[in-house]
Design a binder for this molecule. Structure first.
Ligand SMILES: NC(=O)c1ccc[n+]([C@@H]2O[C@H](COP(=O)([O-])OP(=O)(O)OC[C@H]3O[C@@H](n4cnc5c(N)ncnc54)[C@H](OP(=O)(O)O)[C@@H]3O)[C@@H](O)[C@H]2O)c1
Length: 260
């Protein structure tokens, strides 16, 4: 058998791009998916990954992705990473459009991609081996925080989807892995959330010692897939040491306290 092939969504920046780099460094064939063709082309040039331009909120685009994958070889793993937050307003005052955007990309697109690619994952394990579905949720999918509203709701839903999927796939050699990061300092997550306002985007990270990097999460994703086939890391929660909960962040240097 040749190299295994993995599909990584949200590959044009942040955690997705870092995950593509990690898989490629470990010898995987990779198909990186996102909307921005120019960024995907640069990543392809850098890493040797194949890329596919698609808006995952479009059924037509996802059908195109499935057809491309079916025609170009087996698929052994899928990483649902595309997603994001929009706004930080209260449930009362936030915009319905922001909620719809978050539900579309964090929930419905994940369901759409799984429905399209699961048959391809099954085909790849017909002759032995196993396959993987990894979904990047968030600690926001497990713990509420003020202003989390629509993002909490969407990521809780994505978490629930992974729990149901694991029940449905029981008996098949297909692992369902949820990676739930806490604060990750990526270039675009905050800019998207605050519609390009760099000051607002930078504020949550201010004085937080060593937030996670995109590569920290990428390493976790890749190592969870590379565990022995019978070992399923159902849920991996990964946070910086400075973060005890979404809204419990230490700022400034971490220091031991005097003994009580
Ligand atoms: N950063 C954090 O603190 C953090 C913490 C916990 C969880 N997460 C989760 O981790 C994942 C990655 O976050 P990140 O920090 O790496 O954010 P990011 O840099 O903003 O990356 C988001 C990716 O999703 C893609 N995307 C967005 N909408 C899409 C669509 N309609 N169709 C296809 N691709 C789409 C974007 O590419 P295009 O714009 O090119 O389409 C981009 O590559 C997300 O699910 C996020 O919710 C992030």
């Amino acid at each position: 058998m040749g190299a295994k092939r993995v599909v990584v969504t949200g590959a044009s920046s942040g955690i997705g791009a870092a995950t593509v780099r990690r898989f490629r460094a470990n010898g995987w064939d990779v198909v990186g998916v996102a909307r921005r063709a120019d960024r995907l082309a640069a990543l392809a040039e850098e890493t040797g990954a194949a890329v596919f331009t698609a808006d995952l909120t479009s059924q037509t685009d996802v059908d195109g992705l499935r057809d491309y994958l079916a025609a170009s070889g087996p698929v052994h793993a899928l990483v649902n990473n595309a997603g994001g937050a929009m706004g930080l307003d209260s449930v009362e005052n936030s915009s319905i459009d922001d909620w719809a955007w978050m539900y579309e990309i964090n929930v419905l697109a994940v369901k759409r991609v799984i429905s399209a690619i699961l048959p391809l994952l099954r085909s790849s394990v017909q002759h032995g081996g196993s396959a993987d579905i990894v979904t990047v949720t968030s600690i926001a999918g497990h713990v509420a925080y003020l202003g989390g509203g629509g993002y909490n709701a969407a990521k809780f839903a994505a978490h629930a989807m992974m729990e149901v999927l694991r029940l449905e796939l029981n008996g098949e050699p297909i692992r369902v892995i949820e990676v739930a990061p806490g604060m990750v300092k990526t270039e675009e997550f905050g800019l998207v959330r605050f519609r390009g306002d760099a000051e607002k985007a930078a504020a949550p990270y201010e004085n937080v010692p060593d937030p996670l990097t995109a590569d920290d999460v990428a390493e976790t994703i890749v190592s969870s897939v590379e565990r022995p086939a019978h070992v399923n890391l159902d849920l991996v929660t990964i946070k910086p040491v400075a973060q005890a909960a979404p809204s419990r962040l230490a700022r400034g240097e971490l220091t031991v306290r005097a003994e009580a």
